[in-house]
Design a binder for this molecule. Structure first.
Ligand SMILES: Cc1cc2nc3c(=O)[nH]c(=O)nc-3n(C[C@H](O)[C@H](O)[C@H](O)COP(=O)(O)OP(=O)(O)OC[C@H]3O[C@@H](n4cnc5c(N)ncnc54)[C@H](O)[C@@H]3O)c2cc1C
Length: 330
């Protein structure tokens, strides 16, 4: 059973899993508004201010999601007038809100469950972690939890998975979740700091580094969650990054199988040995030719469990077998 029952998860409470972390003092406002095209539609804007931080996320050329801290609530839900006032005080000059789609006040915590599993029961999504909305990571992180878990459950239900495979859900996801919380927490604190000295450094450094392409790349990798890697996983050899290749777009029929990918120009005996290895894990492992050099073992979730560009191909196939056994042997 997977408890995906949100931040107040009854499943987490019943399993008595502690939810570590704290609460932010500030209250937040969120509003989806129709705007003019006063700021670029393909960029998000993070606007620090002495009145509190403001984040502007583009949803389409004229629709934007506004997140801001507020000192006190005015009415049950933020009005268009309040959003316009906040934009006038904190947003780049020229951005105007014209109508309001919906809006809400909320308070938030930054917390992570100390375990994501008890026996046959798992928790995922907001039931397992909650954090600041600066960065828009909440839903994405929950989806990644479930993506990490479902193939492991599927293999287990089909009689191929083992205890270590199920345990790896928490071992792999908790470090990623903690990193998301640290990033969004840092972003929230730096944006909201009342300390004048820190404000001065922030206001000088962020505009400079945010235009550098290494920073932009790292930031996008982190916020898009494409940069997730399971390098500390007990199941994975190497950095545990996502396998990104054109032939794998949309999953390309990977289903709940591992792929052993061997470069198309490799010699026939090696390919035959690899096919024999795949046959030993019938229904779990598939052999495919690839344009990437060397040997790569890709997991059902698209992450690399093992790869080598070396020439000792017999040793490499032994390593592939060993990693597969770690996932599947009972
Ligand atoms: C104001 C705000 C703005 C956000 N903006 C973003 C954003 O821009 N990007 C982003 O990625 N994330 C954002 N998030 C976070 C995102 O909404 C959540 O991370 C995400 O919805 C969590 O999904 P979930 O399925 O884990 O939990 P939920 O969406 O909370 O769903 C849990 C479900 O379980 C049901 N449930 C609860 N208890 C029981 C029970 N006992 N029995 C049966 N059903 C039960 C609930 O009714 C609910 O339908 C935002 C959150 C907030 C509050």
């Amino acid at each position: 059973m997977i408890g995906c029952d949100g931040a107040h998860s009854a499943v987490r409470h019943l399993l008595k899993i502690p939810f570590e972390g704290g609460e932010y003092q500030q209250a937040f406002l969120l509003a989806d508004v129709e705007t003019n095209s006063g700021v670029p539609a393909d960029e998000m804007q993070l606007c620090p201010s002495e009145l509190g931080p403001l984040a502007i996320f583009p949803m389409n050329p004229t629709r934007r999601r506004i997140v801001a801290t507020i000192d006190r609530q005015e009415g049950d839900a933020p009005t268009l007038e309040l959003v316009q006032r906040i934009l006038a005080e904190r947003a780049p000059i020229g951005l105007e809100a014209r109508s309001l789609h919906w809006s809400s006040y909320f308070r938030i915590h930054h917390r992570v469950a100390i375990d994501l599993r008890k026996g046959r029961m798992f928790i995922a999504g907001d039931a397992a972690h909650i954090h600041s909305p600066f960065g828009g990571q909440g839903m994405n992180t929950g989806l990644q939890d479930v993506w990490n878990l479902v193939w492991k459950l599927d293999l287990t239900l089909r009689g191929h998975g083992n205890e270590q495979l199920l345990e790896s859900y928490c071992a792999e996801r908790r470090p990623v979740i903690k990193q998301v919380i640290e990033t969004t927490d840092l972003l929230t604190k730096v944006m909201a700091t009342p300390n004048k000295f820190v404000q001065a450094i922030r206001n000088t450094v962020i505009p400079m580094v945010s235009h550098l392409s290494p920073f932009q790349h790292a930031f996008v990798q982190r916020l898009s969650e494409l940069g997730i890697a399971y390098r500390s996983s007990p199941l994975v050899e190497g950095p545990g990054k996502r396998y990104l290749e054109d032939s794998m777009r949309g999953g390309n029929g990977i289903r709940s199988r591992f792929l052993v990918l061997i470069h198309e120009d490799e010699n026939i005996p090696l390919k035959t040995s690899a096919q024999q290895l795949c046959a030993m894990f019938d229904g779990v492992v598939e052999f495919r030719s690839s344009q990437k050099p060397g040997i790569t073992l890709v997991r059902p979730d698209g992450y690399i469990a093992y790869e080598t560009r070396g020439h000792d191909t017999v040793a490499s196939l032994d390593a592939v077998r060993s990693v597969l056994e770690r996932h599947t042997a009972n």
